[in-house]
Design a protein around this ligand. Structure first.
Ligand SMILES: Nc1ncnc2c1ncn2[C@@H]1O[C@H](COP(=O)(O)OP(=O)(O)OP(=O)(O)O)[C@@H](O)[C@H]1O
Length: 423
């Protein structure tokens, strides 16, 4: 499908779906008018990166990278069993994009079910957990999505429940690719001949890593902002969404063959090799899968300490503890994913196939995953027609222009930074 060039004059926002470090995501509709070059659904998500409020030039680079990756995902055909899909069923399909002097925006299908973190909080107010069957369902779909990304030599690097969105069908979509990275050469994801030892980290990398860690350890907290996401600083599972975008763990990065030496990810999901600055590959995604599985099972992440320093110490030194000490296929899977040495971690040598072969996934019909018609949780139906009418109907005062919204936001931010400067 040819990518649609979006016409911002005809796009009306219904509401803000979320704000992250990189952009604001709106639920939008297109007002009636001359046909666009390709049809868009009545409601879709529009992720908008405001170039004016980009704190750092690398933010714009990351936004462009995310858009280019989404565009690339759209060109891949995908086969599940006998059925061919235009898009991977668990990865977002790019519907269109537009760039102006102030904004870079792209359209994605609307995931009306929210995300796994919100689902867990709504279902399990007392930090009770998902059932093993529900965990198996979500992990299987995530593994299938990671498998596809890794086959394209993309390390996702930001797996966490907030980035696992739920489509209206109840199936997942992985979101948020700005931290992902292309790892160009030989992969640690595929069965491969014995690898030469990992190269030592040159001293400038050590210095850079120390600088990154210093930055990480000296974060301040929170700027407010509704539904603003954080990549770190997760004080408690419920409050972590509202923490500051300034507390992201990603900083300058540079690739080196199949490994990347940047410091990225969400504090409680960061793999030991990232904390150590050893350079990392696809195995960081398998580590994060282990943390996510643990969080789904026990309602909390395994290595959270009183502060960031303690969390990282735990990540580096402590084995995961399993309440109740009962051993199951799930605890075995988690233990194998949370092996500190990436080369001994499940998935390092044999990639996604090795993870799929673990006994926890016994009986999963991988090729039929997208056909599962009864996912563990049903997503409430959104009355699309009503949302569209409310946003675009005559005399409607509900819908708004995303450009006006962001301009207002930008002006408010300017005023507050001016007053801070005066102060
Ligand atoms: N397709 C979608 N459908 C529904 N909601 C969405 C969609 N895409 C994003 N959102 C919402 O917007 C929030 C922010 O989106 P996203 O993670 O892509 O932004 P970001 O700026 O890259 O965040 P981060 O700070 O993690 O980099 C998500 O957590 C989710 O709540």
């Amino acid at each position: 499908m040819d990518e649609v060039v979006l016409d911002l004059d005809r796009i009306r926002a219904v509401r803000v779906l979320g704000r992250g470090a990189l952009g604001t995501v709106f639920l939008v509709t297109v007002t009636p008018g001359p046909l666009l070059s390709s049809p868009l659904p009545p409601l879709f998500a529009l992720k908008v990166f405001d170039k004016r409020s980009a704190a750092k030039p690398q933010a714009l680079r990351r936004a462009r990278w995310e858009l280019s990756l989404l565009s690339r995902l759209c060109t891949c055909r995908y086969r599940f069993g006998d059925s061919h899909h235009r898009h991977h069923p668990f990865l977002p399909s790019l519907l269109g994009s537009v760039e102006t002097a102030d904004l870079l925006a792209w359209a994605l299908p609307f995931c009306s079910g929210g995300d796994l973190h919100a689902l867990r909080c709504s279902l399990c107010p007392d930090d009770e957990a998902f059932s093993p069957a529900a965990i198996r369902f979500y992990l299987s779909e995530i593994v299938a999505a990671l498998s596809h990304l890794h086959s394209l030599r993309i390390a996702y690097r930001d797996l966490k429940p907030e980035n696992v969105l739920l489509q209206s069908s109840g199936h997942i979509t992985l979101a948020d690719f700005d931290l992902s990275r292309h790892l160009p050469s030989q992969s640690s994801n595929l069965p491969s001949p014995p690898r030469p030892p990992l190269p030592p980290i040159p001293s400038d990398r050590n210095r850079r890593h120390r600088r990154n860690l210093a930055r990480v350890f000296s974060f301040g907290t929170a700027e407010e902002g509704f539904k603003q996401k954080s990549k770190s600083a997760r004080v408690s599972p419920v409050s972590r969404r509202r923490a500051s975008s300034s507390s992201t763990l990603h900083s300058g990065s540079h690739g080196d063959g199949e490994r990347s030496f940047s410091f990225v990810g969400t504090e409680e999901y960061v793999a030991p090799e990232v904390v150590r600055g050893d350079g990392h590959g696809f195995a960081v995604d398998w580590w994060a899968l282990g943390i996510l599985a643990y969080e789904m099972a026990y309602g909390r992440t395994p290595f959270r300490g009183r502060d960031r320093k303690e969390t990282f110490r735990n990540v580096l030194t402590r084995p995961p503890e399993f309440p109740g000490r009962r051993r199951t296929d799930l605890t075995d899977l988690i233990e194998r994913l949370l092996v500190k040495d990436p080369e001994r971690r499940l998935g390092f040598g044999g990639g996604a196939e090795e993870v799929k072969a673990h006994p926890f996934f016994k009986g999963v019909r991988w090729e039929l995953l997208p056909e599962v018609s009864r996912p563990p949780f049903l997503v409430p139906v959104v009355d699309e027609e009503e949302e569209v009418t409310r946003a675009s109907g005559e005399g409607s005062n509900v819908g708004f222009d995303v450009r006006d919204y962001l301009k207002g936001l930008h002006q408010r931010q300017e005023v507050s930074s001016e007053s801070l400067a005066e102060f």
